[in-house]
Design a binder for this molecule. Structure first.
Ligand code: DX5
Ligand code: ZN
Length: 221
């Protein structure tokens, strides 16, 4: 029943022209901005923080910003992202000592909350906190880098997550992240996802000088 949302991951954007890149994918029909935060500790890579989120808001970006925290610890950075204009804040349960508290903190900060499941992380983390979650994000690659291959076992996990969400009757989005391409997105949709992160598939498209280079790939998704 949920509408489908396309969430370009700016991890694969040209960071030197980030505001322009984000405006281009939104103009091309993208729905939300996927914002990957890596700390060189929880994952072996280092990216962007609240300052960059705030800069996008100051640049005039009004679309929802979907902050995917790949950081440890989690709680300290939540209020900063809320103040910086985050819409969703999602985190990996293994990275928080108190998952329930972190979820509550996100909502108390005025944002929508979400849990992120690595390929080997069981969905059982949801069992007692379902009512505190606005988004379930399944990783279909191991987190840390763009451009990896979709792990096929995620399709079964998506079906399980879809069942859990439907049984709960709660308006929880089901997001998929990693290796999503034009040629596998139908299959992923059929397995139950309604929110699709795509980094390299979108930002890798077309030539730099073409302002409409993202139109066809986003239209095909
Ligand atoms: C990986 C990030 C993803 C990444 C996806 O840790 O969470 O959001 O940017 O990139 P693609 O779509 O290229 O697999
Ligand atoms: Zn991500």
């Amino acid at each position: 029943a949920n509408d489908n949302l396309i969430a370009p991951s700016i991890l694969s954007a040209d960071f030197a022209r980030l505001g322009e890149e984000v405006n281009h994918v939104l103009a091309a029909g993208a729905d939300i901005v996927h914002f990957d935060v890596m700390d060189n500790h929880y994952v072996p890579n280092l990216t962007i923080g609240p300052l960059v989120c705030e800069a996008l808001r100051k640049h005039g970006v009004t679309a929802p910003i979907d902050v995917h925290l790949m950081v440890k610890p989690v709680d300290r950075i939540i209020p900063d992202f809320a103040a910086a204009g985050a819409t969703y804040i999602t985190f990996h349960p293994e990275a928080s000592d108190h998952v329930d508290r972190s979820l509550q903190l996100i909502r108390d900060s005025g944002c929508k909350s979400g849990l992120v499941f690595n390929p080997a992380t069981p969905l059982s983390y949801l069992e007692y906190v379902m009512d505190k979650v606005d988004m379930v994000l399944l990783m279909s690659v191991n987190p840390g880098f763009g451009g990896q291959k979709f792990i096929p076992a995620t399709l079964d996990k998506l079906r399980q997550a879809r069942r859990l969400i439907d049984e709960s009757g709660l308006p929880i989005r089901l997001e998929i992240d990693g290796g999503v391409k034009v040629d596998n997105i139908r299959q992923i949709k059929e397995a139950g996802a309604d929110t699709f992160v795509a980094g390299s598939a979108i930002f890798g498209a077309g030539r730099d000088e073409d302002a409409n280079r993202y139109d066809s790939v986003i239209a095909a998704m």
